[in-house]
Design a protein around this ligand. Structure first.
Ligand code: ADP
Ligand code: MG
Length: 701
């Protein structure tokens, strides 16, 4: 077959023509033959079964019956006429009913001829009736390309109005297969096909559109899903490899004084195995001559900060500067305080730059950055401003990636002629395979182990009606010397309302926990940064026992003595947010608790979220549930990734296939990066076609 055959405009297919072509294009995006092949059914109706009339059930499932029409009549009713036919087989009788198109039916239906009818069956007034059945003469049914499992294609009102019904689409596909005459080009290598026992491409497409049975359909789906994900992964991995070849990075080949001194003398604990492994991965990037672009995933409290610090020391040992940016001032402050403490007496200099740093203080920071006196700059977005210039920035670290976009990453890139190494840290775990696809151009490290000695946080769900008991519990914990967070939702659209909730809550808490016995801090989005910091500081120092806050404390804040997290209106939070909030406790030696407060009115989805939180502390497991509940579309960053344009595979349900595809793609590209091996010719050719005809493979971004 001419390889361009499938690029033939759809109007040329027999049965299409210019009018239908236009509708197919506007409604389904079908421009060429290939697009029609790639119009995958949403679902299938199993027509492998034929029912007898006496087997019909009072449910309204789709059924297929063989029989004949013996009588047909028009019935007048108040709301118009309907056409009723008496349909019989050797076991009984039923009615077929039409409200629309009655004349056509009357003129075309043949009495006493065996038909196969198909449709939803209702039990009405003591008889079974089927409105608007699909009908086909038994002899045609037996001759036609038998569609035992009927595919149901995506449809729109306009398609139906223009007569392009499901059946017409099947017919067009039938025509297409006739024109192709079985000459399907294979797109995968024999090696992969044999390994995975994949059916041929022809067999796959035939059984997607005209499945013989469930098993053939399953094999066809597997083959096509694999193929789609395989080429997506090929694209992502190739991009990553190309990036490494093209983008030279600073070579940090020294492990010097600062790193070694810190590791042997200053580090306050033994690194976990996961932390060691991740550091090794980072060091190998830094010494590879290519720019590092690495995503570090680790659950809340898994100890990403120390990894960041040690990576910065490597930069400094090699004569470069480093910066670390965080999404909020509170978090930047906390990083700055923690890191300065860790680096005390090491001779490494660090400064803080946030929006609220005074102009007069900025000047010396700018100067020291430009003359190289300052080693480390920690801050918020302020660090990314153009006026902030480094002498030689060798490393940029971004904490909590989900708050930043790709744009921020690229800003750091451009702080130097040779882009600095980049480490992105996120505590919102996303399932690994999804991460690999979303951040295809990033390498991924995972800290999958918590520091030793942590007690798992106990999580419970309580209704508002139990508030008194919850308050008593808080009192008991405070008596033991613990501190407590009480968090209120803050959702942008209803900020005023949320603020009122927070203030009402605060007042009632202040009543129940009166001064001087209890001291309360409050932090919310409408406060000045300086006031926030002041309140936060009081809590960090232990001067206050209760912190009432909106979600500004969500990320990063570290107060080990705080052991109770109360989340108000917990049903209004998303899973990853709940998990983040819970991560604020469980940082010390004491048993910690998370109490999810809700009203009695809960949606099914909210219930699932709460149950998940109560069941597990594992961020990756929570991420999986979150992904299932919300779908990939809502997960930050998926929009740009092209993952939503998948035609047949489903990123959530086909996770296992995705893993397999990723494995084969990376194996292939590692052994034969230019696809020069004759065995891989098919793949090379297909890949080139994909890039050429982007319109049909729009998942290639
Ligand atoms: P996150 O990954 O959420 O940013 P942090 O880096 O803030 O976590 O670490 C959480 C807490 O665990 C900090 O108090 C930190 O000092 C401590 N920590 C980190 N690594 C270890 C370790 N290997 N052993 C003991 N404590 C550790
Ligand atoms: Mg952190």
């Amino acid at each position: 077959m001419n390889p361009n055959f499938l690029q033939t405009p759809i109007a040329y297919l027999k049965g299409v023509g210019p009018n239908r072509a236009e509708t197919l294009q506007s409604e389904l995006g079908i421009l060429v033959y290939q697009d029609l092949l790639n119009l995958f059914p949403n679902r299938y109706i199993d027509k492998t079964q034929y029912y007898k009339v006496n087997q019909l059930q009072k449910s309204s499932a789709d059924v297929q019956v063989i029989g004949k029409i013996v009588h047909i009549k028009t019935v007048e009713q108040k709301r118009g006429k309907r056409l009723v036919a008496k349909f019989i087989d050797d076991t009984g009788e039923m009615e077929l009913v039409w409200f629309r198109g009655q004349k056509w039916i009357r003129d075309n239906l043949q009495l006493n001829m065996p038909y196969v009818i198909f449709g939803k069956c209702n039990w009405f007034n003591g008889v079974f009736s089927m409105p608007h059945p699909e009908m086909e003469l038994l002899k045609d049914h037996e001759q036609g390309l038998r569609i035992a499992m009927q595919p149901i294609y995506p449809s729109t009102e306009k398609l139906i109005n223009k007569g392009i019904t499901n059946r017409v689409i099947s017919k067009l596909l039938q025509q297409l297969f006739e024109e192709i005459k079985g000459n399907f080009l294979e797109t995968l290598s024999d090696g992969i096909r044999n390994d995975l026992k994949l059916v041929s491409r022809l067999e796959a497409f035939l059984n997607i559109h005209f499945p013989k049975n469930q098993e053939a359909l399953a094999k066809a789906q597997f083959r096509l899903k694999f193929e789609e994900l395989f080429y997506l992964q090929m694209q992502l991995i190739a991009k990553n490899m190309l990036h490494k070849q093209r983008i030279k990075g600073f070579n940090f080949d020294q492990v010097g004084e600062h790193f070694n001194d810190f590791y042997s003398n200053k580090i306050p604990f033994e690194l976990t195995n996961a932390q060691k492994r991740v550091l090794k991965e980072i060091r190998s990037d830094l010494g590879s001559n290519a720019q590092m672009n690495r995503l570090l995933q680790g659950d809340v409290g898994s100890g990403k900060t120390i990894v960041a610090v040690m990576t910065m020391l490597l930069a400094i040992d090699n004569g470069y500067q480093a910066c670390l940016i965080a999404p909020t001032e509170i978090l930047a402050n906390q990083h700055f305080n923690g890191i300065s403490e860790l680096l005390e007496g090491t001779g490494v200099t660090s400064k803080l730059l946030t929006g609220s740093v005074k102009k007069s203080e900025r000047k010396p920071i700018h100067e020291q950055l430009e003359n190289g006196e300052l080693h480390i700059l920690i801050g918020t977005h302020a660090v990314l401003e153009d006026k902030v210039k480094f002498k030689n920035l060798g490393l940029g670290i971004i904490d909590e990636q989900h708050r930043f976009g790709v744009a921020q990453r690229s800003k750091i890139w451009h702080k130097n002629e040779i882009p600095p190494h980049i480490l992105v840290m996120t505590a919102t775990p996303i399932p690994r395979t999804l991460a690999m696809s979303l951040y295809g151009d990033l390498d991924i490290s995972v800290i999958d182990e918590l520091p030793p000695g942590r007690k798992p946080i106990k999580t419970v769900h309580r209704y508002d009606t139990n508030r008194l008991k919850v308050f008593q519990f808080i009192r008991d914990e405070i008596k033991k010397g613990r501190q407590v967070y009480i968090v209120y939702p803050l959702i942008q659209e209803s900020e005023a309302l949320d603020y009122k909730d927070l203030m009402d809550g605060y007042e009632s808490i202040a009543r129940d926990f009166p001064v001087p016995e209890f001291q309360i801090s409050i932090v919310h989005g409408q406060m000045k940064p300086a006031d926030k910091d002041y309140e936060m500081e009081r809590f960090v120092k232990g001067e206050t026992q209760i912190m009432v806050a909106t979600t500004v404390i969500e990320v990063g804040v570290n107060v080990p003595n705080a052991s109770v997290m109360i989340i108000e209106s917990a049903e209004r939070f998303g899973l990853s947010q709940l998990h983040q909030l819970r991560g604020r406790v469980g940082r010390g030696a004491d048993q910690s608790f998370c109490i999810l407060m809700t009203s009695h009115k809960l949606s099914t989805e909210a219930k699932t979220r709460l149950e998940t939180m109560v069941r597990t502390n594992d961020g990756f497991e929570i991420a999986e549930v979150d992904l299932k509940l919300r779908g990939p579309g809502d997960i930050m960053g998926t929009q740009q990734s092209g993952m939503l344009n998948l035609k047949i595979a489903d990123i959530v349900k086909d996770n296992a296939i995705l893993k397999t595809a990723r494995y084969y793609a990376s194996l292939l590209l590692r052994s034969d990066p230019r696809l020069e091996n004759p065995e891989n010719l098919t793949i090379r050719h297909t890949y080139a076609q994909l890039v050429k005809y982007k319109n049909i493979w729009n998942y290639i971004s």
